[in-house]
Write a protein that binds this ligand. Structure first.
Ligand SMILES: [Zn+2]
Length: 392
């Protein structure tokens, strides 16, 4: 079935995170993708057909579309063009028509485990629909999808374990940044890293080294005493949001944000070494002066966000498969600092213990350090997966 062409009025903001082999899972590469109604008509098939299956808990739906699932699996990398067409707006309209809701974020997750994918990566992207706050830099977004007026972004996660493992925290953070195009030295890093923190000490989910870890070796060489530069952000849910990220999200006052180191003309030598002409420091006052104050402030900002999960799959999920997603949602949305192991007892899933399934090969993400949204947000905000009820 073909989808009528829709001309979206303006350029969409795509914030993409795909960790590639070159970065060994340490960060992300990606970029903004310009979209308009003329692009990639051949991709419009995805989401056009298919049927909904409501989760037993009613907190998620599966979208059973074998052709779309097969097409997504065939890709050699994450290609946001597949899900940024008119088909998404049409899908959202259909979804909201059947399950009226007031979600802030719709999370699509591909019902695939790592071995099924043709790329060795975790990844995803965030497409901003509505960014109502001021002071975050020049977000350009669609004003809204009429069917879900509260929708801020839709997010794509490439693997079934991405909600727990990451980059779910990373992609949610893209709902607020990084779009700063001033001051110039910061803008250079944000631009070069495709809307991440680049070579700075921002030290959060969207990249940057951890504050206090930069060592000047002399002769323009620098090394981190621990951790990595994470130029394009972090893929795993093992690092909490940094103070500047909490500021973007409306969860920290400017006074809580320490000065940020920014490398001038950096060039990587390894994941934790680089050369640069010099290191300068920006204060939050510099950033606020250049971009305006965040409005609303942390005192008045939204502190609770509503999510809904759409599992893109080729079959109706059975009780065991749903339990995996349910456990994932309960871990990620818990209003408490929790241990991921408590959510995944040693039961079988697809012939493997779930615990092993969650942890396989992901060296960076030691299970003990995986954190949910509440912990990453330093207990300052909560999320929920809303209960969907059929409106028809
Ligand atoms: Zn990213």
């Amino acid at each position: 079935m073909s989808v009528p062409q829709t001309h979206w009025p303006i350029r969409l903001v795509i914030l993409l995170c795909v960790s590639g082999a070159a970065l060994a899972g340490a960060g992300c590469t990606g970029g903004d993708v310009a979209a308009n109604g003329n692009a990639n008509q051949q991709d419009d098939e995805c989401l056009a057909d298919g049927s909904f299956q409501l989760a037993p808990s009613r907190q998620a739906v599966a979208f059973v579309d074998p052709a779309c699932f097969s097409d997504l699996l065939k890709r050699s990398e994450i290609e946001p063009t597949l899900l940024l067409q008119a088909s998404v707006e049409q899908f959202i309209t259909r979804f909201a028509g059947q399950f009226p809701n007031d979600a802030d974020f719709v999370l699509f997750t591909l019902d695939a485990h790592r071995a099924q994918l043709r790329f060795n990566a975790v990844g995803g992207f965030n497409i901003a629909i509505k960014v109502p706050e001021a002071g975050l830099g020049p977000f350009v977004s669609v004003s809204s999808f009429a069917a879900l007026p509260n929708l801020r972004s839709y997010i794509y996660l490439a693997r079934k374990d991405s909600l727990v493992l990451g980059p779910s925290l990373h992609e949610l953070a893209h709902g607020w940044g990084v779009r700063f195009l001033a001051p110039d030295v910061l803008a250079q890093q944000v631009t070069d890293s495709d809307s991440h923190w680049g070579f700075t000490s921002a030290g959060g989910q969207l990249g940057g080294w951890l504050p206090g870890t930069l060592v000047d070796l002399g002769n323009g060489q620098f090394e981190l005493s621990s951790g990595e530069v994470a130029f394009g952000g972090r893929s795993f849910n093992s690092v909490p949001y940094s103070p500047i990220e909490l500021y973007l999200m409306g969860l920290a006052d400017p006074s809580e944000v320490d000065p940020i180191q920014v490398a001038i003309n950096p060039a990587p030598l390894s994941l934790f070494q680089f050369t640069a002409d010099e290191i300068v420091e920006l204060t939050i006052d510099d950033i606020v002066a250049a971009n305006g104050r965040r409005v609303p402030s942390a005192e008045d900002s939204q502190r609770h966000f509503k999510l809904t999960l759409v599992v893109l799959t080729d079959h109706e999920l059975n009780a065991t498969e749903w339990k995996f997603y349910q456990d994932s949602m309960e871990f990620f949305s818990a209003d408490a600092v929790v241990d991921v192991n408590d959510f995944f007892p040693a039961t079988e899933y697809a012939g493997q213990p779930i615990r092993k399934f969650i942890t396989q090969s992901e060296q960076e993400a030691s299970v003990g350090s995986l954190m949910n949204f509440y912990r990453a947000a330093r207990r300052r905000a909560t999320i929920e997966f809303i209960q969907l009820n059929s409106g028809s």
